[in-house]
Design a protein around this ligand. Structure first.
Ligand code: ADQ
Length: 452
């Protein structure tokens, strides 16, 4: 079997990987073996080669990153230009030529390091928006290995992506991969439409592949999954202890997100406030527990969302709290995965209301953790990639705060039989299209493609 070489910005520095992408890849590499290359913690300079930081089921290496590169490539271009643009937030996009230069230089530099480490039949799998140009830089170095890419975030509309001054380079960057993996069919349609509109990419009749100059490449959707069986087990074993800790006077409504403006937290809190205003009679005292650890706290837009959330939650609590009841509990620290799994199982409702989201693993983790005989209700944004697979969820438009309020009211009073029916249809896809299925499906497709 060919060796798998995975590249992503983050990789686990210890044995407890956190976050969607990192956890998913850890599971895959633990099973299959291979190499994982990611960024080192920023330091004073970027000299030196790949450094091994761990071995075991798979080997881990880091490439050096200077403080200046971290600021311009990571916080700047990747997270202040690409992230908002790809999440339909052109209004928050900030662009600076020196950020792009650093992004491009980091990709060029690490291409050289990776090319030196590659063996001829290695399969390379590159992850996410930090490395869009990486394959084209590897091709410049005459690397002819199979190279795949997976974009974990949504592919934007042609209008949004056109706001990026460098978007004209995308046909070259994307066609350097053999397989472009996206989360949903909607992303595939958006990507194909964008490439068609550039006038530079041709759709080939055979197998729906595309061609840019001499290169052919494929675009397909591979909805990422979760380790549903492990989550279910963790939820069952930690449930009693967590249930004793989280005492509530009424139904428990749960939210679990990185603190990010794409997750729709402000509208969600407002929607819960509207529910309390219009539907809650007073004798039912629901608790909305939101776990939202700070992420990318050095980026201004993330500081703003934190302040807005504090204000909105304070305002809802101020209007409705009583001496013995605080409707919104807001936890900002990281919580262990086992405790989160148990919280999912304990909750009556999970609110997943992103304004834009590649997939959203929380939605799938919540379903995996439920008791099939007494399942909770998932309220799911139509803009989460997960909505394409999870038809049994209660759908909401996250911009419609009255719609969120109505969905909460419906979920709270939903009869057991309807909860079970909805759970069954969602569990079917969550347990069968899990994380192992995702990795295998992607890699099979990549290996099936003839090298260009
Ligand atoms: P994220 O934007 O990070 O992922 P998501 O898919 O919801 O979003 O994954 C978050 C993960 O972090 C979940 O596994 C969750 O359990 C965990 N988590 C959240 N809060 C936590 C906390 N306080 N403590 C510990 N763990 C916590 C990106 C894309 C998504 C895509 C994933 C995977 O933005 O759209 O689904 O990658 O492709």
């Amino acid at each position: 079997m060919s060796r798998l070489v995975v590249i992503s910005n983050r990789l686990p520095k210890d044995d407890a990987p956190a976050g969607g992408l990192v956890f998913a890849l850890h599971e895959l590499l633990s099973e299959r073996g291979g190499i994982w290359i990611g960024a080192d913690d920023p330091s004073d300079d970027n000299r030196g080669g790949l450094k091994q930081i761990g071995s075991g089921e798979y080997d881990r290496f880091v490439f050096p990153l200077s403080h200046a590169e971290h600021e311009k490539y990571y916080l700047g271009y990747a997270n202040s230009a690409l992230w908002p643009t790809f999440h339909s937030r052109r209004d928050l996009m900030r662009h600076r030529a020196d950020w792009f230069a650093a992004y491009y230089d980091v990709n060029s530099r690490i291409a050289t390091l990776i090319a030196e480490a590659l063996e001829s039949d290695d399969i390379v799998w590159i992850h996410d928006y930090h490395f869009l140009p990486l394959a084209s830089k590897l091709r410049d170095l005459k690397v002819s290995n199979k190279i795949g890419f997976f974009l974990h975030i949504p592919f934007p509309s042609t209008t949004d992506i056109s706001a990026l001054p460098e978007h004209t380079m995308l046909p070259e960057w994307l066609s350097a991969y053999d397989l472009l993996g996206l989360q949903t069919k909607r992303d595939v349609a958006a990507c194909r439409e964008y490439l068609r509109q550039t006038g530079e990419v041709e759709l080939l009749i055979s197998g729906g592949r595309l061609q840019w100059r001499h290169r052919t490449f494929a675009i397909n959707s591979f909805p990422i999954g979760v380790d549903a069986v492990a989550i279910s087990k963790a939820a069952q074993s930690a449930h009693a202890e967590v249930a004793a800790q989280v005492k509530t006077a009424g139904p428990l409504i749960l939210g679990v997100d990185r603190l990010d403006y794409s997750k729709g937290l402000i509208q969600r809190v407002e929607g819960f406030g509207r529910y309390l205003d219009f539907y809650n009679s007073g004798d039912l005292r629901p608790t909305y527990l939101q776990i939202a650890p700070v992420s990318r706290g050095d980026v201004t837009a993330y500081q703003d969302i934190r302040q807005q959330l504090d204000e909105m939650a304070g305002s809802v609590n101020g209007s409705h709290a009583d001496l013995d009841w605080t409707p919104i509990r807001y936890v900002r620290r990281n919580v262990s995965r086992d405790v989160i799994a148990a919280l999912y199982r304990h909750a009556d409702i999970c609110l997943v209301t992103p304004l834009a989201d590649g997939m959203n693993l929380v939605a799938k983790e919540f379903i995996a953790a439920q008791d099939p005989e007494d399942p909770g209700v998932l309220i799911l944004s139509q803009f989460a990639g997960a909505a394409e697979q999870m038809e049994g969820a209660l759908p909401v438009n996250p911009f419609d705060t009255d719609g969120i309020a109505a969905a909460i009211a419906k979920a709270i009073s939903m009869p057991l039989e309807e909860r079970k029916d909805r759970y069954r249809s969602q569990a079917q896809s969550v347990f069968s299209e899990d994380i192992a299925w995702w990795g295998q499906t992607y890699l099979h497709r990549l290996m099936d493609l003839h090298a260009a």
